[in-house]
Design a binder for this molecule. Sequence first.
Ligand code: SF4
Ligand code: SF4
Length: 495
Amino acid sequence: MAKTIKFSLDGRHLSALEGETVLEAAERSGVRIPHYCWHKALGNPGNCRMCVVEVEGTTKLQVSCRLLAREGLVIRSVTSAARRAQASALELHLLDHPLDCPVCDQSGECGLQDYYMDIGRYPSAMREDKAHAGKSIPLGPHIMLDQERCIMCTRCTRFTSQVSKSHELGIFGRGHSQVVDVVPGRTLDNPYSGNLADVCPVGALTDRDFRFQVRVWYLDETESVCPGCSRGCAIFAHTSTRRPWHNKGRRLARLKPRYDSDVNGHWMCDAGRYGFADFDSDRLGKVMRLKPAAAELSWEAAQREVAAALRRKSAEGLAVVASGALSNEDWKAFKSLFVDTLKASRFLFSPEPDQVGVEDELLRRREKVPNLEGGKTLGFGTQIQSMSWDGLAKDIGAGKVWGLYVVDRDPVKVWGEKGRKLLERLDLLVYQGPCKGLSGDLAHYRLPAAAWLEEEGHFINFQGHVQGYRQALKPLGAAKPDWEIFAGMEKDARV
Ligand code: SF4
Ligand code: SF4
């Protein structure tokens, strides 16, 4: 076990693990020393000179990101000498920085703004014209560069060399003309590029999807879990239903990684981050009977009718398609309805072909659904085996299946035109999900389900970590969480 070291910072007694720097130990204890270039996952080049502190018994100020904590060390970061040095470093960073704050997306969460208000507040001594450099340079599909705003902290180049290992970014030029840019002939399109907007402490690297959409002070932050693959990265969902953003019809503004040392560290992948930009499109909001006579129904009426229809013929010909996107709570109610009560004979819960993707050493997993493990704990995948998509198509084609209940899957997307014909042969098709997809219009009953940000629940990731996610938004229209729909239907199916 690492040895614990005790030291004092601004009169507080802190402890550090052996080998930790003063800045690292302070951050871990929630004590803020100003800094730009240090990042827990990217190292400490010590080039921004913002984290200078006084050390009792020495005459010179020292950068705390390179100062190893030692037993009995007495550090002060808020003395007039330390503050003067921090403010001077800040003044140097701001010397050529453009006055973009009113139009900059970083505004409200910018390290320059925050430290200027905390330790700066000096009148500018700059009388000369500021140096100019490139503005609004698209580096790749997700990141925009503004060279004028860069403070040369090098976090971005360290990210591409140490984390994504894609090496697209470099520092070019010397002195006054030094800029960050992509290596000639390259594009910043690695699968983790969105993290660059997070690591850049100023507005030099911004997220193209988020740019000019909403000011950060209109955002609400909710702890969530990415449902993009079985890693289940810890994330924050930033949502806004306030004007003027909501008028654009989009409630989810952005997803950002939330630090979890056991699951995703500081990062998330671009597929997870940008896979939900169209969260509110194609959404279902009404409970509908579409066939034989189309009508909007109350939940009570729909549950009664669907429960009766599911029991009309033998359970032998009843098939259910669900997905590993169900939460633990959904899986439990799903099992209770379809296995224990209705005793359906055919289940399909393995991922659709396009839900099997690329895997890498950093985060991405092959299964593009978050909770197959949750299903396994209830026997789905062990005692209850999943059919294949081909097997189900064959059974419907052979007339062995009369009823199909689809939960958040899209058979027409998997089977193509042939799928339409197969679904039209069924005596009963119930479609439940947040979005209509290609199969929704073919159903006898279409039930709107809440999306993951509209409910709370738990996923179990591939490592066995149980992770809770919270509700960030109200369900659209009449949508309800899947477990609530199953539980309501079960009452009627039992009768
Ligand atoms: S672009 Fe941002 S992260 Fe990169 S060196 Fe400049 S300030 Fe630092
Ligand atoms: S690695 Fe998987 S869970 Fe993590 S952000 Fe990407 S898609 Fe989401």
